[in-house]
Write a protein that binds this ligand. Structure first.
Ligand code: PLP
Length: 399
């Protein structure tokens, strides 16, 4: 007798979706496809030596790391994280921090605490697809608020907040957003927090990129404006995504529930790594590492923007981010960047189509370009290829 899996699978599995509807493996490809799909630090910039050294130190000095313990996370690490957040203007105490397996887990823990089937969740349009992957299987109804070059459009947010049923949470990436790269400006930050308070709807602030600015630091996190903001941080972009260490800042009222939910999910974050990271954060090394990363990404982004200007002026528009990992391009209405991707792949270049970042996954004229993992030569050549593919598709007579 075989197991009738189709009958057994929970209804929510219909909502467990891949992060991308594009199957990069199935694109027509030349051997040297240049991928603008990356959203991580480049391999050659991962601080392997520093992390290996800190792990070795922790391994010898703190053998208790191999036990069970502290579901909320290693206290010295929480102290250092709270201190960094205070430097950015947010008055956070170590007992308001819980260490998570990446910020992705933070989104999941919040959803566990707050979402009933059918609850409304407000997200930006476009938004980070990994958040949709969390909310959708909780059977959330996703409402969207458009984003312009100053971030979430506040009038549209207010309309969503005022419409019934009252949303359960507002999920936002206000700083160097994934996927657009835009940053919510200070007036809108104040307006967003005031609206959330007026309607009694919590804000989830997902902030993986805030420390990776190019020329000047962004405005302080939303958490600096209100202690009820649920803040998500991570070392995935500043150090390495494979570490899977992030943190969630939450009001004390929620901490016991969050710690119990974390225990139920996976007991604790890696204790050895947490001890190693506490060593990595101490002293001046981390700040120097961030400075080098900022300079590196600033250069790559500036080069990408110059290439776009050269290849796509008049054909597309794009954002000019002040930090983070992504530029968002927009082609004329009616262009379908899911379909265009096939032509791009033939030319040897790929991006993530706009559709991936909207709950309805419908084709859009937009696309996301991640620039952090590509060398200057790859950025130049990749955008030249993109230009050829787009000219052929959008203005066939110019091809
Ligand atoms: C907005 C946003 N949130 C969360 C994540 C996931 O980060 P982590 O590796 O910390 O789980 C990412 C990674 O791309 C992201 O862009």
């Amino acid at each position: 007798v075989s197991i009738p899996w189709n009958r057994l699978l929970a209804e929510r599995t219909a909502w467990i979706r891949p992060s991308l509807l594009v199957d990069f493996e199935r694109l027509p490809s030349s051997a040297d496809l240049i991928l603008f799909s990356g959203g991580a630090p480049p391999l050659e910039c991962l601080p392997v030596e520093r992390i290996a050294g800190a792990l070795a130190e922790a391994w010898h000095a703190e053998p208790e790391a191999l036990w069970y313990g502290e579901s909320q996370g290693h206290e010295p690490l929480r102290v250092l994280i709270a201190e960094r957040m205070r430097q950015r203007g947010a008055a956070v105490e170590p007992d308001e921090v819980i260490i998570t397996n990446g910020s992705q887990q933070g989104i999941d823990l919040i959803a566990r605490l707050l979402l009933e089937p059918g609850d409304r969740v407000i997200v930006e349009a476009p938004t980070y697809f990994g958040a949709l992957q969390v909310f959708e299987p909780f059977d959330a109804r996703i409402s969207t608020v458009p984003v312009d070059e100053h971030g979430m459009v506040i009038e549209a947010l207010e309309r969503e907040l005022a419409s019934a049923p009252r949303p359960k949470l507002i999920y936002t990436v206000p700083t160097f957003q994934n996927p657009t790269g835009v940053t919510l400006d200070p007036e809108r930050r104040a307006a967003l927090v005031a609206l959330a308070e007026r309607y009694g709807v919590p804000i989830v602030e997902d902030d993986p990129y805030g420390e990776l600015w190019f020329d000047r630091p962004p405005p302080p996190p939303l958490r600096a404006l209100h202690p009820d903001v649920l803040y998500l941080g991570t070392f995935s972009k500043t150090l390495a995504p494979g570490l899977r260490i992030g943190w969630l800042v939450a009001p004390r009222r929620l901490m016991k529930l969050l710690v119990d939910a974390k225990e139920g999910a996976d007991i604790q974050a890696d204790r050895l790594l947490q001890r190693a990271l506490a060593r990595v954060l101490e002293g001046a090394w981390f700040e120097r590492h961030l400075e080098a990363a900022r300079a590196n990404y600033r250069e790559r982004c500036a080069l990408l923007l110059r290439c776009l200007e050269r290849e796509l002026a008049g054909l597309a528009t794009w954002t000019a981010p002040g930090g983070g990992f992504f530029v968002w391009g927009t082609l004329p209405d009616g262009v379908d960047t899911d379909a265009l991707l096939v032509e791009c792949a033939r030319q040897g270049v790929a991006y993530i189509p706009g559709s991936a970042f909207y709950p309805d996954r419908a084709p859009r004229p937009s696309f996301r370009l991640g620039f952090t993992t590509l060398s200057p030569a790859e950025l130049e050549e990749g955008i030249a290829r993109l230009g050829r593919a787009i000219r052929a598709a959008v203005q066939p007579s110019l091809a």
